[in-house]
Design a protein around this ligand. Sequence first.
Ligand SMILES: [Zn+2]
Length: 283
Amino acid sequence: MNYVDKDALIQAGHSITDDYLNSHCRIDDANGSYHYQNVDYDGNFGDSGAKDAILRLALASQDNYCCYCMRDLSYQNQQVTLEHVIPQSASAEEFGRYTALGVHSLTDAELIRTADFTGVQNIAIPPCPHTVTFENLMASCDGTFPDKNGTSQCCNHKRGNDFVYPMFYIASVRDEITYMEDGTMQPNANCAYPDEYRQTIVHTRLNCQNLKDIRKLWRLLASENYEVLVTCVGDRNLRSKILMTVLFKKEDQSEADSKILCKFMKDDYWKTFLLYHWFYNRI
Ligand SMILES: [Zn+2]
């Protein structure tokens, strides 16, 4: 997982939200006062173009990687979604649980629950309404794999409104996570909030079988030439040969390795595997 630092783009993000709020939501009252209404992520926020603009900015701040699983989202035909860290429908209590974490980008100084923002006369910004604000919006993959109907899916849609600790906003996150030999992801001894990390990994299905297999394979193929691995998209013989050189080295892994071989000899799975090149020589 990568640390996401939005500070360099925060002004651009706030400009998008400010323009949207002023053009679509601000009501000037007769006495010189004003208030905001109809702050609607699923409606006028998208229609105004602000949603697309925030998505582009989010991708830029994340180097085009999914905030959770590290899938490269820059390739064509990738379904990219905008993820609300604090859920759109968060109750006051749930909202408070996130802001109480004290994580930069998600504090009370930066965000206000949208339901508590609208209708208040002469409200000052920031804090910004949480449903339409860059700090609370991350680019995420759609969590699907070639077996679209399978149970091994991940990230934004699978998470729903479940609690996540905003690990991507922790500067040391890379040093706090270990990817095990079998591809399992888990917090390590450096992690200050291991229970919260574990909970987040469960809620976003980051240890689903497909992701574990992909990470295990990147670990096994760390010494292979990257360009050769790309060439394997169109060269199944070479792919088979390379996979056979790294799999079946441990007897107790033979059944798992058979499944991996079968899966990644399918062209669409190999292409999906390559979307996770962030893991090349990183685990
Ligand atoms: Zn993802």
